[in-house]
Write a protein that binds this ligand. Structure first.
Ligand code: ADP
Ligand code: MG
Length: 365
């Protein structure tokens, strides 16, 4: 059964937000799991998550709470996924990478450098393994095409399924990581390739999903069995709804493709948290490249952490609210309205297109 942890993270207000809105902060913390969100119309919503990381939260706290248990499980052959969700500028990449992969204060290091550090630590101290390997692939999904970030000539990698190995990216580059420092160099070169691609193709990284795929193998001393765990970290494309801004042409097409894949992700998480797959509970992995890629990291016996990144500013209240609703529904947590039935009001106004409705889940349970 798939297990999901949903957290919310509010970054500090940017200088522009401070200038434009002064004290216009839309959240009031109640405790480490619950906060009150007030939108532009002064409507209040109370949200509860597994954990809430407020403005002053440390990168180390985010790692320890949502990533550490998943990394330790991956070493023991349990697949895991760590996903950052939110509008552009909400702090997804900061949470994932930190300000820089190679060159930043220890305190500011993001999830990726901490994850590789812990992978090597856990494997080194595991007493039951004679050999281990960690391999890394990095791909970007843009307009439903998968691009190899270690070999830009592979710009349409096919996703296939194999009975023995599960989901495979056909012909994708896999780099064997020697140690922590080597892993950081590889991550950094993949990230740099992402930037090269951007100028060539004139696309912004916020319009594509980036997946860091670690395959961890341990050969057991006792019977030489090999345990394999797949750990995928995903920095999603921005969840903002560009249609509303009157965008046309390529920008509009990008936005539609992103919304479709984020909605597919929501539906998959929702179906997985409803109970084991059955005829009635079909898991729609094939609805997007993103969900297909994540199929075995999300399904089966796996662990998932979803980090919903938000701006704390009133100027972004409607996008933040949409992000928080996505997270709340992923966990089947009801966002209980403080004043009348605000959640229903929200759904009537905006719809709940990103996730299967709760009724279907109740029926299955
Ligand atoms: P996204 O990847 O969601 O588009 P970024 O991670 O690039 O957003 O963050 C936007 C800006 O906010 C960056 O300048 C980043 O350094 C800053 N930022 C984001 N989260 C934090 C945080 N928790 N603490 C300090 N600065 C942050
Ligand atoms: Mg980003």
């Amino acid at each position: 059964m798939s297990n999901i942890t949903v957290s919310a993270r509010f970054r500090p207000p940017s200088s522009k937000e401070r200038i434009d809105h002064g004290d216009g902060i839309c959240i009031r913390s109640l405790d480490l799991e619950t906060f009150v969100f007030k939108d532009e119309k002064q409507e209040e919503y109370t949200f509860s998550f597994d954990r809430v990381f407020y403005e002053g939260s440390e990168q180390a706290d985010v790692f320890e709470f949502l990533a550490l248990p998943i990394v330790r499980d991956a070493v023991n052959g349990i697949n895991g996924t760590i996903i950052t969700y939110g509008q552009t500028g909400a702090g997804k990449t900061y949470s994932m990478e930190g300000p820089s992969i190679l060159d930043c204060d220890e305190q500011k290091k993001g999830l990726l450098p901490r994850v590789v550090g812990e992978l090597f630590n856990a494997l080194k101290i595991s007493e039951d393994a004679s050999k281990y390997t960690i391999k890394l692939s990095m791909v970007e999904i843009y307009m439903e095409k998968v691009r190899d970030l270690f070999d830009l000539s592979k710009d349409n990698v096919q996703i296939k399924e194999n009975k023995m190995q599960g989901i495979l990216l056909s012909g994708v580059t896999e780099i064997s990581l020697l140690d922590h420092a080597d892993a950081l160099q590889s991550l950094s070169s993949g990230i740099a390739n992402r930037a090269v691609g951007e100028t060539q193709m004139n696309m912004a990284s916020s319009r594509s999903h980036c997946a860091y795929i670690f395959t961890v193998q341990r050969e057991l001393t006792t019977d030489k069995r090999v345990k394999t765990g797949k750990l995928i970290l995903v920095d999603l494309a921005g969840s903002e709804k560009i249609e509303k801004t009157g965008a046309t042409g390529r920008i509009l097409e990008e936005a539609k493709t992103i919304n479709k894949s984020l909605s597919a992700l929501g539906n998959v998480i929702n179906a997985l948290t409803c109970g084991p797959p059955s005829k009635a509970n079909h898991i729609p992995f094939r609805d997007s490249k993103l969900t297909r890629l994540l199929q075995d990291a999300l399904g089966g016996n796996s662990q998932t952490a979803l980090l919903c990144c938000c701006s704390p500013s009133l100027s972004n209240a409607s996008e933040s609210l949409s992000t928080l609703h996505f997270g709340a529904r992923a966990k089947h947590i009801k966002a209980s309205p403080r004043v009348s039935s605000k959640e229903d009001k929200y759904e009537k106004k905006h719809g709940a297109p990103t996730l299967a409705n709760d009724e279907s889940c109740k029926r299955i349970q």
